[in-house]
Ligand binder design. Structure first.
Ligand code: 5AD
Length: 362
């Protein structure tokens, strides 16, 4: 069946999604991109939302086999930003009129850590509320799996969005890239708890994991639809040499497709299927291709996460190899970022929280 006979169907079955993800003729890619773009304009518009990204700690109790800040990587120098360092970064975001920030870190579940984050959240809210922004800065958290009780504490302290990637929805592949204690079921339970607490919930997957198939990715998109997700962040898997997975494989041989092109297709199909969600064009996409972030926006993404972590710490948050410390998408290069977005006929929505419409349309 030609692509045209599938892509415009009102409901795409998993098999349809797999077929769309399988095309690689430039003219077919362009059909997918255009339809994703039309869907974006129709359901969420041309605006691009910004979230200033603060990677506030790289301590982690987890040992994901692919991740550069896994607890067993002794090559990584560990840090946690002080509250004042975080508040200084927030002030930069405020000065640049970013409406929202993301606080991200490795996983920690001890009370000291949760107490610290709660205190930071309350201070950020207090400092950023003013007559123009009575609700203060919008805050997204990305600090891994926590108990329902702790998610509730974090929500009550002022965070209202949360990102927790499922990484892959193939349970076998999940168990191959995580140690035994980190289970697929726990990740699902955490996503459910986040929703129950009231967060706008984001998830996502790694694209191009060793052994991952196009059918796996098609089922990932179906999973996003089934759990009725509000936000998505996906990116290519990029090997890190100080990790078991990064050191082990002949990567290009075990990858069944080009992770760059596949990420763009995944973004486009996610937009076509999920319509009014928010979706980030990620740093990882830019790391494997110089125009990656722009292409992500062209294929249906509507969120950028410019880096506002204090520069000196960025080299220690190497989730994958080659992660840039200063890019065109960082506070230092705000004007360049804006220019690149405008060249795509898109506009940055400054000073807005930029919540996913999906959350309110539900
Ligand atoms: N390549 C790409 N993304 C990675 N992440 C962790 N390690 C890698 C890697 N090697 C992503 C995971 C995690 C997010 C914070 O970073 O998907 O959820």
């Amino acid at each position: 069946m030609p692509l045209n006979a599938i892509i415009f169907k009102p409901y795409l079955e998993v098999e349809d999604i797999a077929k769309i993800l399988s095309v690689d003729e430039p003219k077919d890619l362009e059909i997918i991109r255009k339809f994703a773009h039309e869907t974006l304009i129709k359901h969420v518009g041309a605006g691009v939302y910004l979230r200033g990204l603060i990677e506030f700690s790289n301590y982690c109790i987890n040992d994901c086999l692919y991740c550069g800040i896994r607890k067993s990587n002794s090559q990584t120098e560990r840090y946690t930003l002080s509250k004042d360092e975080i508040l200084d970064a927030v002030a930069i975001a405020q000065k640049l009129n970013y409406g929202s920030i993301v606080l991200q870190s490795g996983d920690r579940r001890d009370d000291d850590f949760i107490d610290f984050v709660v205190d930071v959240l309350e201070s950020i809210k207090q400092k950023t509320r003013n007559s123009e922004y009575p609700e203060g800065m919008g805050i997204t958290l990305s600090i891994g799996e926590q108990s329902y009780k702790n998610y509730k504490r974090l929500f009550d302290a002022g965070a209202h969005r949360y990102l927790l990637r499922i990484e892959t929805t193939n349970p076998i592949l999940f168990s191959e890239i995580h140690p035994e204690e980190q289970t697929f079921e726990n990740r699902l339970d955490a996503l459910k708890a986040l929703r129950d607490v009231g967060f706008q919930v984001g998830t996502g997957v790694l694209i191009g994991l060793p052994g991952q198939t196009i059918d796996d990715l098609a089922r990932d998109i179906d999973f996003f639809r089934q759990i009725d997700i509000d936000m998505i962040g996906m990116g290519p898997y990029i090997p890190h040499h100080d990790t078991p997975l990064g050191g082990l494989f002949n990567h290009s041989a075990s990858q069944k497709f080009d992770p760059y092109e596949m990420t763009l297709k995944m973004i486009a199909v996610a937009r076509i299927v999920l319509k009014d969600i928010n979706m980030a064009s990620t740093t990882a996409l830019q790391t494997i291709h110089p125009r990656g972030r722009e292409e992500g926006l062209r294929f249906g993404a509507n969120v950028l996460m410019p880096q506002i972590t204090p520069v000196a710490f960025r080299k220690n948050y190497m989730l994958y190899e080659g992660k840039p410390t200063i890019t065109e998408y960082s506070a230092e290069n705000n004007a360049e970022m804006q220019k690149r977005v405008e060249l795509l006929d898109r506009t940055i929505s400054y000073g807005e929280w930029g919540d996913p419409l999906h959350f309110f349309n539900r």
